[in-house]
Design a protein around this ligand. Structure first.
Ligand code: ATP
Ligand code: MG
Ligand code: MG
Length: 353
């Protein structure tokens, strides 16, 4: 068994497969879309729907460990694989992370602060939740949202109808708008026997709710960085987590650290670890799920990563005009506005004192 199974064929799966190959492991990517970026680099491929039990069973038999690269894999497929194969992170970790209400209740139960929130399933409950949380607030679908999809802001009761028409009927969560100073994130990796390693905090900026740029180390007070790392480790321990885990946070002006959401996987805001850290988040995830020793997480310099969104990727020659730029293109076909086509990393090495 030297094959790592990866559910999902996006750029995260692609970079996981590349990391597995570097470590002498084979990858088996399972994804319904034949054009998936991960298929281009995988050792083995299954192109089948997630509800294809025959295909899932074959996949499970062929991999030593199965993992996933996005949290919206249908629950039935995950439940099935967790009985048929060694799944990491666990089904429980995924089910905690892929429902915003379950996620927030879990975080608060273990002492990780979040924005105030309320659940809502009807137009009337939406109004009650917004009242309880206070305006301005943001309504989000509990499941399947990403890149800000399935979200709408409410500045006052006058927005209730439009927001319900846009998002409902659906299971929603209403969150208070956090007046944040900065958005930051942490990736920590944990093994089955409880070893862990945490990367330095990344500082993120979004455009149209899509991650545009990350820099590390984050330019934030030491105390905030410690809290963010501690909370990520607490989350991983509470989930008995195996693999790389990402946590997004809001940093408030008074030094408060509020968890926004967790992702049971590698994360876009840590792509710079490929060139900018001793160990990449992708290699770290593979090492963690394989039960291998974890790598050092130190930075190799001051790093910056920029996503190539939509048409920006067409100017890859322009990117390469800077000889210090590390260019990554994901092999996706057509650039649509906001689509993550690639990224660029710069590492400014630490200079000797
Ligand atoms: P991702 O692509 O990171 O999975 P997502 O669709 O799951 O995104 P969130 O991370 O919940 O969505 O929100 C996207 C962005 O919207 C956040 O990074 C932040 O900039 C803004 N945002 C979300 N919730 C809040 C909030 N409660 N207060 C202030 N800003 C928020
Ligand atoms: Mg999300
Ligand atoms: Mg997010």
């Amino acid at each position: 068994g030297d094959t790592v199974g990866i559910l999902g064929g996006g750029q995260l799966g692609r970079m996981l497969a590349m990391a597995a190959a570097q470590l002498g492991l084979r990858s088996h990517v399972y994804c319904p879309d034949p054009d998936s970026p991960a298929f281009q680099v995988a050792s083995h491929a299954t192109c089948a729907d997630y509800d294809d039990q025959r295909a899932l069973a074959l996949f499970a038999d062929q991999v030593a460990v199965a993992t996933y690269e996005f949290e919206n894999i249908p629950a039935e497929a995950i439940a099935y694989l967790s009985t048929r194969s060694h799944l990491a992170p666990s089904e429980m970790a995924l089910m905690t992370a892929n429902d915003r209400l379950v996620e927030k209740e879990f975080l608060n139960a273990i002492g990780v602060a979040t924005a105030p929130y309320r659940a809502a399933e009807t137009r009337r409950e939406l109004a009650e939740a917004a009242d309880a949380v206070g305006y301005p607030c943001i309504a989000k679908t509990r499941r399947f949202g990403y890149d800000g999809k399935g979200q709408a802001r409410l500045d006052g009761p006058g927005d209730l109808d439009a927001v319900w028409n846009q998002l409902g009927p659906a299971q929603l969560i209403v969150e208070g708008v956090v007046a944040f100073d900065k958005e930051i994130s942490v990736v920590t990796a944990r093994t089955a026997d409880g070893r862990s390693a945490t990367f330095p905090v990344s500082e993120n900026s979004h455009e149209n709710h899509i991650l545009a740029r990350s820099v590390a180390p984050a330019r934030i007070p030491d105390a905030a960085a410690r809290t963010a790392a501690d909370h990520a480790q607490r989350i991983a321990a509470a989930l008995d987590y195996v693999g790389a885990l990402a946590v997004e946070y809001f940093l408030t002006a008074d030094g408060g650290v509020l968890a926004n959401e967790i992702a049971p996987r590698v994360h876009n805001s840590f792509h710079w670890t490929i060139e900018g850290a001793v160990t990449s988040q992708f290699a770290q995830h593979i090492r963690a799920i394989a039960g291998w020793p974890l790598g050092a997480t130190d930075l190799l310099g001051a790093v910056e990563m920029q996503n190539l969104l939509g048409d920006a990727a067409l100017d890859w020659l322009g990117v390469l005009a800077d000889p210090t730029a590390h260019l990554h293109l994901y092999g996706k076909g057509t650039p649509r506005p906001g689509r993550k086509m690639g990224h660029v990393t710069w590492v400014r090495p630490h200079t000797a004192p």
